[in-house]
Structure formats: C-alpha cells, structure tokens
Design a protein around this ligand. Structure first.
Ligand code: GLU
Length: 218
C-alpha cells in the first residue's frame, strides 16, 4: 500500500503534489505518476522507479500546469512494475483519472463484463478496472458514478477520482486504506498520510470507511 496526494484549488499544483509525494516515499514504492486537468484535458505522466525519475520525465515533457491534480506512488499487487501499470489510470469513455491504494478483489469478473461492453484495457492492474467502471457508469455526475461503482466492488481502497467533464471536482473515498482531507482557503489536499498535508494547512479530517467526499474550490 503506497502513497496518494491530490489537490483541487486555485493554483497550479504540480510542485505541491510532488513535494507531498516525496514525503510519502519512505513507505517504499516501485513506480509513480501524476495527472492534472488543464483546459478541460487531462495529462498523465508516469514511470517506474523513484519520484526523482518522475520529476525528470516531467521536466523532459514540459511539466503540468493544472490547478486540479493527483499523484501516486505504487507498490504493485496486480500487474508487473511497468509504466502502463503505474497510476493514475484513465478510462476510455468519460475522461476519468483515478489513483488507488489497496486491492480490488473482484477485478477479474468486472474486467470481463467491461470487455464484453467493448472497453479496451491498457494495463494488467485491478485499479484500471475501477477507472473503467466509473467511466461506464458516468452520466454527468462524478460523485454518483463513483458511489455506483464502489457498490460493485469488493476489496480495500483509498481512491481519488477526477473527470475532464467536471474539471473543478475531486471525489475521494475509502474502505480499509487511510485517506485524509486537508482544508485550505479555496483549496483541498487529499493524502494517504497527514505528512503530505501538514505543510499547507492545520485543518484536516480523516475519512471513515465507506465515506465519499466531493471537493471543489467552492
Ligand atoms: N492494487 C493496485 C496496483 O497494483 C494498487 C497498489 C498500491 O496500493 O500501490 O496497482
């Protein structure tokens, strides 16, 4: 189980996300990734290795400037250590981006159902199945789609989800994996560990199991 940091607010968030992720690196990880939405389009950068490798790749590709974003350090449970298997994962329909700590136990059954509906998977992870399921159920309301998808899932999760069609909204949820929300002035930081939040705000709360939160700068 590794690290999650996500942000929604009023300023470009790449450096805040990376600083938070570095604080979580002590947990150990095999790969990392980051995504932001800018101009209604998500951009994802991910790589195997340390967060320093991700920083190099971001520099090579010009960096990310969105004011909503998420990043993740992975400790692989399903699918090998590859760039494709690193998080964030995306869907192929609704512009969903998702990071996940934990294990989706019934991912194989869900994957078969989604493949029958025509979805094409790019990774071997359990996590991509959840991204695809949320996209399949998306009907203009991200929070509702996440709730509906989580009703189909067994296993443990701390997740953060965003959607190109709702570019000022983060949805976070947990069951069995820790997740905290830091409350700033017109901004929120979600993290799997308070150490990634403390530098930005002293106001924070822990999510309970089965709790889902929708966060916007307002
Ligand atoms: N089960 C997911 C994977 O293998 C998440 C692992 C984690 O918690 O880092 O990609």
């Amino acid at each position: 189980m590794c690290g999650i940091v996500a942000y929604v607010g009023n300023k470009p968030c790449q450096s805040l996300l990376l600083a938070g992720l570095k604080r979580l690196e002590y947990r150990g990880s095999d790969s990392s990734g980051i995504a932001t939405i800018e101009g209604g389009k998500s951009r994802v950068v991910k790589t195997v290795g340390r967060v320093a490798n991700l920083e190099d790749k971001l520099e090579e590709t010009g960096g990310l400037r969105g004011a909503i974003g998420m990043c993740h350090t992975r400790w692989a449970t399903h699918g090998g250590v590859t760039d494709f298997n690193a998080h964030p994962h995306t869907d192929d329909k609704a512009g969903i981006c998702l990071i996940h700590n934990g294990i989706i136990e019934n991912y194989a059954t869900l994957k078969t159902l989604l493949e029958e509906k025509g979805h094409a998977f790019k990774s071997q992870t359990d996590t991509e199945v959840l991204a695809m399921l949320i996209g399949e159920l998306y009907d203009g309301d991200l929070e509702k789609a996440v709730q509906a998808a989580l009703r189909e899932v067994t296993g443990a999760y701390g997740i953060v989800v965003m959607c190109e069609r709702e570019p000022d909204t983060l949805v976070a949820a947990r069951k069995g994996s820790p997740l905290m929300v830091g409350v700033g002035n017109g901004e929120f930081i979600v993290a799997s560990d308070g150490s990634a939040i403390i530098a930005h705000t002293s106001q924070a709360f822990a999510l309970d199991d089965y709790q889902v939160v929708k966060l916007t700068p307002k």
